[in-house]
Design a protein around this ligand. Structure first.
Ligand code: NAD
Length: 495
């Protein structure tokens, strides 16, 4: 059943004269009619957000004592948990993933994210120091954290609800206003989140939801708005660069989490049972549409054939397009547009001397799923390191596999990319693991695992994979303005 999704601005649900259809990548059916926010509506969202965070109505939100604000956030988390079923439905409808995946990885974690950030804020200590200054002054200083103002939260489509919560939760917790712009491909779970916030005690204007696209639409209206004080964005590196340019106008702060071309290094002593489990998830989970997914595997020459055979078997055995399957399976890519891009890249593989040992094409179902955007999990060998398949981010369940002969070569192969997001190191030699990890220029290196991540741990990135750090305390720091207060301490009272 198709829903009508409006914008939520200044406590009102607002339609617009321009709508677009959101269709399901599972079977091509219409999921929603979405009202695209105009420049005027984005302007209203930002102005209202300014007022309740750092403007004339800051007593309603930005100036609330932390204790009161966190009580509102905990209540919001309870309300989100109560709507978990609707969040899961929305995520399944927009992305075509299975109920199992949406329940375990999306619905349940959204409320938890609000709680985690609220608890982290409650224990966020300030810095202070007693000092003897030059000119013989004695004094002390301490820091405080104030809301920054309006923070634009611009999200991608791959894990829409989690991305939205990871951005909106720390922004609200620290007393700012959030203006959320979900991806045009995944507007539905953001709409449920907005319904929950509308019913909560978060004051009107502290949270707005604006729907639309990037350039020439809600995304650009937001990033160009002079009263947006900071932008937190996750998406492609090219979009991140455009947003950084927009933010330079007015010198606004940005946090950019961008693309990757992540490598796994499988050394000769790796435990293949653990590698099999980890690599199945890291290459194929969420149909390869997780920023941390592995797209390149470099394997010690002595284990290369064993690894290739194992990964081909895993890829060929993956269940595809079973929304009610209770376990690991994959759904479709997010859209036909994305699949067209992926296919164009896969088509280059044989032309550059590569060979598919699994997948490489589109599955056929003989039912309505043939109208969807499905793709086969793919493993390819023989592609040169400078070929488009080995170099460009595919964001698809694909794995490029190549052999290496020693640690130095493995490290060089992993680093031979413009990205620097994540890497996996598979070895039983822990000294080697800790020697290699710092040499791979990425924000997050996993040893003998993938994506086991404490949500409080720093989410950092190198090279074209991003700017600024997020995760736990770092997200709270990004979402607040530090101030230093310095006081002089006189040696004696006045006579
Ligand atoms: P995208 O850059 O196309 O779009 C992301 C968001 O930005 C969307 O909401 C879009 O409407 C908006 N947007 C596009 N152009 C804009 C502009 N000029 N101004 C303002 N907003 C604009 O990315 P996507 O296709 O939605 O997501 C896939 C990408 O996201 C992949 O590259 C993936 O690696 C990356 N990603 C990175 C991380 C990470 O943590 N590093 C996490 C998830 C996804």
């Amino acid at each position: 059943m198709s829903r009508e999704l409006r914008n939520f601005v200044a406590g009102r649900w607002v339609g617009s004269g321009r709508t677009f259809d959101k269709t399901s990548p599972f079977d091509g059916a219409r999921v929603a009619v979405v009202h695209e926010a105009s420049a005027d509506l984005v302007d209203e969202a930002v102005n209202c957000g300014h007022d309740v965070s750092i403007g004339s109505d800051a007593s309603l939100w930005g100036d609330l004592p932390m204790r009161q604000r966190l009580a509102v956030i905990h209540d919001l988390a309870d309300r989100l948990k109560a709507r978990a079923g609707d969040l899961v439905e929305a995520e399944v409808a927009d992305t075509g993933r299975s109920y199992w995946q949406a329940s375990i990885f999306d619905g349940a974690r959204s409320a938890r994210l609000f709680r985690i950030f609220a608890d982290a804020a409650a224990s966020l200590e300030n810095r202070s120091m007693r000092f003897s200054g030059e000119m013989e002054f004695e004094g002390m200083w301490y820091t405080t954290r104030r809301p920054k103002g309006v923070i634009a939260c611009i999200c991608p489509w791959n894990v829409p609800l989690l991305m939205a919560c990871m951005k909106v939760a720390p922004v609200l917790v620290m007393g700012n206003s959030a203006v959320l712009k979900p991806s045009e491909e995944t507007p539905s779970s953001a709409a449920v989140l907005a319904e929950v916030i509308a019913d909560s005690d978060v004051p009107d204007g502290a949270f707005s939801l604006v729907h639309g696209f990037g350039a020439g639409s809600a995304g650009e209206f937001l990033t160009a708005h002079p009263k947006v004080d900071a932008i937190t964005f996750t998406g492609e590196s090219g979009t991140g660069s455009a947003i950084m340019k927009a933010a330079a106008n007015g010198l606004r702060e940005v946090s950019l989490e961008l693309g990757g071309k992540n490598a796994a290094l499988v050394f000769e002593d790796a435990r293949m049972d653990a590698v099999a489990d980890g690599m199945a998830r890291s290459a194929f989970f969420n149909c390869g549409q997780i920023c941390f997914c592995t797209e390149r595997a470099y394997v010690h020459r002595t284990r290369f054939h064993e690894f290739v055979e194992m990964m081909a078997g895993i890829a060929n055995g993956i269940i595809i397009g079973e929304r009610n399957h209770n376990g690991f399976s994959i759904g479709p890519l997010i859209s036909h547009g994305h699949r067209d891009k992926v296919r164009a890249l896969l088509d280059t593989v044989p032309a550059h001397g590569g060979e598919f040992v699994a997948g490489g094409g589109i599955p056929s179902f003989g039912d309505e799923r043939d109208n969807g955007a499905f793709i086969q999990p793919t493993v390819a060998i023989g592609s040169p390191e400078d070929s488009p398949f080995a170099k460009q981010e595919v964001f698809d369940p694909v794995l490029h596999v190549a052999p290496f002969d020693d640690d130095e070569e493995a490290i060089a192969l992993a680093n031979d990319t413009r990205y620097g997001l994540a890497a996996c190191i598979w070895t039983e030699n822990l000294s080697r693991a800790h020697r290699v990890a710092p040499k791979v220029r990425v924000g997050h290196a996993w040893i003998n695992s993938w994506q086991i991540r404490d949500l409080l741990s720093p989410l950092t990135c190198a090279k074209a994979s991003g700017v600024g750090d997020q995760g736990g305390r770092l997200s709270l720091e990004f979402a607040s303005l530090p101030q230093t207060v310095t006081a002089r301490i006189f040696e004696e009272d006045p006579a």
